[in-house]
Design a protein around this ligand. Sequence first.
Ligand SMILES: *[C@@H]1O[C@H](CO)[C@@H](O)[C@H](O)[C@H]1NC(C)=O
Ligand SMILES: *[C@@H]1O[C@H](CO)[C@@H](O)[C@H](O)[C@H]1NC(C)=O
Ligand SMILES: *[C@@H]1O[C@H](CO)[C@@H](O)[C@H](O)[C@H]1NC(C)=O
Ligand SMILES: *[C@@H]1O[C@H](CO)[C@@H](O)[C@H](O)[C@H]1NC(C)=O
Ligand SMILES: *[C@@H]1O[C@H](CO)[C@@H](O)[C@H](O)[C@H]1NC(C)=O
Length: 418
Amino acid sequence: MFLRKMQLPLYLLLLAAWIPKAVFCQEQSDAEEQSPQANHEQAYHKISLANSEFAGRLLKLLVSENPQKNVFFSPVSIATAFAMLSLGTKTATLTNLLEGLGFNLTELQEREIHQGFQGLAHLLNTTEGKVQLESGNGLFIDDQLEPLQSFLDDAKNLYGAEVFAANFKDSQGAKKQINDYVDKKTHGKIPELIKHLDPTTVMILINHIFFKGNWETAFNVTLTEPQDFYVDENTTVQVPMMVKREKLYYHRDDELFSSMVVLPYEGNAWLILVLPDEGKLEQALEAIIAKKGISHSRFVEKRKVSIYLPRISVSTSYDLEQLLPKIGIRDVFTDKADLTGISTQSKLQVSKVLHKAVLEVSENGTVAAAITDIEIQRNIAAPPVTIKFDRPFFVSIMDTNIHQHLFVGKIVDPTAKY
Ligand SMILES: *[C@@H]1O[C@H](CO)[C@@H](O)[C@H](O)[C@H]1NC(C)=O
Ligand SMILES: *[C@@H]1O[C@H](CO)[C@@H](O)[C@H](O)[C@H]1NC(C)=O
Ligand SMILES: *[C@@H]1O[C@H](CO)[C@@H](O)[C@H](O)[C@H]1NC(C)=O
Ligand SMILES: *[C@@H]1O[C@H](CO)[C@@H](O)[C@H](O)[C@H]1NC(C)=O
Ligand SMILES: *[C@@H]1O[C@H](CO)[C@@H](O)[C@H](O)[C@H]1NC(C)=O
């Protein structure tokens, strides 16, 4: 019946909101058993290296494609969405997709890859501690498409996907259905994901991730004042510069041409801030990617740090179907795509992959976070340092349970909404 070629837009989105506000998820009782958690960690461990490698390749690509622009995205969200999509791919398309995500298929079986993502989904979907981290997958399927039961079962069982019936011929209705879903999952941060929906769409896959954390110690809002931020040699913008002085993990790394500092959230997450030396942005990025990212093990020494950090409010949007072929994920976007694992009824191909991200960083934290540091130092204290983020820098939110970079980016202009 459906022999004409159909499009399969795949939409991804994510959101990070750092509006450290007081109201948070309450801590959960430790009713969870040890062993499922340990199993998830073990399964996830097998894919973590590939995920880091993929994140690095994508960061490098996005930075080079967007010179002079903010870059911010969730590599975990993108990898998860494509891994879930791979459940519906076969033959060369499957191999190309998994290898494009950085997996070595002689070392790792497809099954282990999915188990790894299943583990990751569980690890990323806890309200443990005070960090609010929510992620999940949604599948919207047109009533004309008859998806294979095996695809739906795998998507539900391995990726916890919520499956919804949609009618894409009524594009206004379908658009509203999806935008409402996204609005809800991102707590209002991405109110209108889709502006225009092609009525020939038969399926939309969405991965979302939401993060919200309180600083362990807030910035004092009365100390925030307008200061210059040097976007590049010809451009200076005024930013609200926050400041605090605190004992923090600080690391000077000559190999990476950078100084870096960790701002901890209450709970199991860090904001890692990397300030490349002046004029060394590209070299720093190269070196960081060559080292497979900033490892948590670099942060061993705490020092008294005066940190100047702009309030950040940026949003990004990427059409990944244009970009991913440049780092090897090709076949799913062509008319040779083999998506017969989703449906054998018609010829499908992925027409669109949209990734959106929002990042907001501000002063707030809970009052209780005004920690008095009573750490006793045995050694003579290293002299205090000042680190001022008044020129382009790199950021990453790391989950410190699993040491995974949830979001990464390059902030060129902290005030640029786009
Ligand atoms: C994949 O793993 C095998 C076995 O460890 C290795 O010989 C091969 O070089 C790897 N392939 C790639 C592309 O890294
Ligand atoms: C995430 O956790 C919530 C609440 O515990 C649960 O309802 C949901 O199914 C979980 N999602 C995934 C993908 O595991
Ligand atoms: C914030 O800074 C102002 C000005 O220095 C000071 O008066 C106030 O006590 C500080 N607030 C907190 C919570 O530390
Ligand atoms: C800054 O301005 C100079 C002179 O107009 C120009 O040559 C240079 O490319 C500009 N730099 C950037 C980063 O735009
Ligand atoms: C920060 O907290 C203050 C006081 O609780 C509140 O008035 C303000 O709206 C908060 N700011 C943000 C950006 O959430």
